[in-house]
Design a protein around this ligand. Structure first.
Ligand SMILES: [Mg+2]
Length: 429
């Protein structure tokens, strides 16, 4: 496998909120502490978040609430409807605390973020992980688990152990090769980030059952049978960082598009272009999995590690009926941005998150409003997606995304899109 140009001395942490929606409810209603609590989805009453006590009752994720209501009540527990405006707000508070610990933060989902620790090599990172955990809890009331390792995929593994085994007290730093190998040996291949069910079955048939076996699999086998995503996963298990959040496995809970700008941005018009483009990308991903979203969040931040006035904030709006229609989402996002924006600041980053994600097929048809799925809008989106797939990203794009895009990350050295764009195909002379 070719690892030229890839770094194997990165350090990255994954911070993940425990039972996030339940934890948000408990912050404001301490009576729910130490009792079984489950949160129901908006539409079909399925369980979308479970407290540890609910997990101990062996009530599965996604189960219909009514089926377990009696059992939960009998054990002194509570079933609650989801309150996404609250979760969005708590999420932004948690992310704000996390942003204090590293200039390099990538929000992965409503309750997870990666923190880059490359400048922190001389620190006691195990202690640093504990400090993050303590601080988030003290300042927001939300319990989190912290996993630290060399790549995002390995940080996910570390986080999993931190959460599962009480001996680690919610934080685990896996940087030593022997400890990494031990953890991978105890991790079923199906639990590796990005290994879907399809892969799992195939790998098992080939006697690859643990993450360690996948890491150490024969290069020829990997090159031959795995897609480029699978290859990246193996490289990451080997300690080479190569997964960008842009092509990371999609979180089921939420879709995030967020990027640091290529320069400091202070004009609203430039932020509008950026946010509009992020919404476009997020909505494409949403439609690709045949889903609609019920919540839209827009966030904005200055560079906390640079001198000058600081401002970090986010706003959300619920989407009812849930939708995947880009023009509507852009309009709503730009309204939120206008409310969020304050002149006089130099912004470093903006982002968009879609949450309360449900499959199209689960959207109830009894809404009073015209549903995105029933009318021409869905057809239009399908056509746009198809054209952009065939002729390249942004063949058709929204005027609000802008043309010049001065705010974009500088990518002058980006290699051509050899495999995804006809114009970038190498020519034989
Ligand atoms: Mg979580």
């Amino acid at each position: 496998m070719n690892t030229t140009g890839l770094k194997n001395d990165n350090i990255v942490a994954l911070v993940d909120c425990n039972n996030f929606y339940v934890s948000c409810e408990r912050v404001f209603n301490p009576k729910l502490n130490n009792k079984p609590v489950a949160i129901l989805s908006n539409n079909d009453g399925c369980i979308v978040s479970r407290s540890q006590e609910i997990k101990d009752l062996k009530i599965p994720m996604g189960a219909p609430g009514f089926k377990y209501e009696a059992l939960i009540k009998k054990n002194g527990g509570t079933l609650l409807s989801s309150n996404y405006a609250l979760y969005a707000d708590m999420s932004s508070r948690v992310m704000e605390v996390l942003a204090m610990f590293s200039p390099d933060i990538e929000i992965y989902s409503i309750d997870e973020a990666f923190l880059g620790f490359n400048g922190f090599k001389t620190r006691n990172l195990a202690e640093f992980g504990n400090k993050i955990k303590r601080t988030v809890f003290q300042w927001t009331g939300i319990p989190v688990s912290v996993g630290i390792s060399k790549t995002k995929t390995l940080a996910k593994v570390a986080n999993h152990f931190a959460k599962r085994y009480s001996a680690f007290k919610g934080s685990l730093c896996l940087l030593n090769d022997e400890r990494i190998a031990n953890a991978l040996a105890k991790t079923p291949v199906s639990e590796v980030w990005g290994i879907g069910r399809q892969y799992d079955k195939f790998l098992r048939q080939n006697k690859i059952e643990t993450a360690l076996q996948l890491r150490d699999a024969d290069d020829k086998f990997i090159d031959h049978y795995l897609t480029s995503t699978g290859l990246k996963t193996v490289l990451e298990l080997r300690g080479y960082s190569c997964i960008d959040l842009d092509d990371a496995p999609i979180s089921k809970k939420s879709i995030v598009t967020s990027r640091s700008f290529g320069k400091q941005v202070s004009e609203l018009s430039e932020l509008q272009e950026a946010v509009s483009e992020y919404v476009t990308r997020a909505a494409e991903k949403l439609r690709k999995q045949n889903c609609v979203a019920g919540l839209l969040i827009v966030f904005l931040s200055t560079n906390r590690f640079k001198e000058g006035p600081q401002y970090n904030n986010s706003l959300s709006t619920t989407l009812f009926p849930p939708t995947a229609y880009t023009p509507d989402l852009i309009e709503k996002a730009l309204n939120l941005l206008e409310e969020l924006f304050l002149p006089g600041f130099e912004f470093k980053k903006a982002g968009v998150m879609l949450a309360d994600i449900i499959p199209e097929k689960d959207v109830p048809l009894s809404f009073m409003e015209v549903n995105y799925l029933d009318d021409k809008r869905k057809k239009l989106m399908e056509t746009v997606d198809k054209l952009n797939r065939i002729y390249g990203q942004d063949t058709l794009f929204y005027a609000s995304n802008g043309i010049k895009k001065d705010w974009k990350m500088r990518r002058a050295k980006l290699s051509p899109h050899y495999t995804t764009n006809w114009n970038d195909l190498p020519k034989v002379k």
